[in-house]
Design a protein around this ligand. Sequence first.
Ligand SMILES: Cc1ncc(COP(=O)(O)O)c(C=O)c1O
Length: 431
Amino acid sequence: MNLDQGQHKDTGPSLRRVYLDHAATTRVRPEVVTAMVNFMGEDFGNPSSIHGWGRVAREAMEQSRANVARLIGARATEIIFTSGGTEADNLAIIGVAMASRGKGKRHLITSQIEHHAVLHTCEYLEEHGFEVTYLPVDADGLVDPQDVAAAIRPDTALVTIMHGNNEVGTLEPVEDIGLVCRERGVPFHTDAVQSAGKVPIDVNAMNIDLLTLSAHKMYGPKGVGALYLRRGTRLEPLQHGGSHERKMRAGTENVPGIVGLGVAAGLAYDELAETSKTLAAMRDRLIEGLLALPNTKLNGHRTRRLPHNVNVSFRDIEGESVLLALDMNGIAASTGSACTSGSLSPSHVLMAMGNTHQDAQGSIRMTLGRDNQPEDVDYVLERMVPIVERLRLMSPLAEGTLRPRGEETPEPAAQPEGSQCACETEEEAPK
Ligand SMILES: Cc1ncc(COP(=O)(O)O)c(C=O)c1O
């Protein structure tokens, strides 16, 4: 299969291909691939070995650690490499909870709109005797720092609130939440998987004690990420074995992956201001064009928003149907997080923001990336108008309002085989 930008095995030669699912994953940058390949071939050493091969691997790993630290204003010694965002979230939440349990601290605070890597980890801890407060959000998806302050108890072990929401793009007031936590002596973790490399982050200015990031959301490889752990924050490791990563994460390091993360983080830091400006300009044009369609609403905060995120709800139509129609026009988007698309239950994020079931089902997420051009936005808007009009005419939800009198409801388009998300389980499927 040709891996050139935009190519897809089902593609006809003339169709424009527009990838607007950068919140799900990003294409690995060529500079990253080149650096990684060396560490799978010639420089294949184990960083724990004391000979020359080992030293080369160790030096490259330490350079990556320095690059990741620079991206978030941390020290290199405060970075722990992991197998991705999910592992870093688990390590932060379970690790701090376990380290605090001896002091009788068995309470955690999070929000209702976190990624499942956080929510399911909190639920796991509840099954093991911890108590969790799930804070509500307002209609824009914002957590109120005053709610965090009110929820903190003497036995609170950790507050974990995400930085940028993966579905609706809202940027949480982490600086203020971190300040509340600092004043009360409670460690503060933030999941910055979607925001790292897109908006400036300084763990000191933002009062963050632990932070999660992932390489594949910033043009690095899948299966590698990092946890920032402020010096002095107590954490119990989840994996036991060798003394890798200062005994916080046993196991021979994924050197090619870590090198890839380091190069991606370095480039993201150097280009952050420029890239986020370009992305935000395309985002705003896309939002403006979509909101010009009747009965369409923006999900997420209008300005406190990730520069690459657009999320809208079209009244009376299913987001899934829009996605299928977009796909037939060569446009890749999503209905929410990669792990809930394909499941018919509405997004927990949109429901927590007070949307109706119907508005939540009519949502689609489009996330821009560095390979997108302003012409992609024009193309999407041009294709979207007839798609939305046609689906509204077909929609049983819009009965009596939009369908021409006397027309029968057409059969819904058949779902192509394999259109369900790989991670949908039978449990999540509608009964
Ligand atoms: C906010 C957020 N947290 C965590 C993750 C999980 O990261 P990873 O895919 O590296 O395990 C994701 C991935 O979509 C995410 O968007």
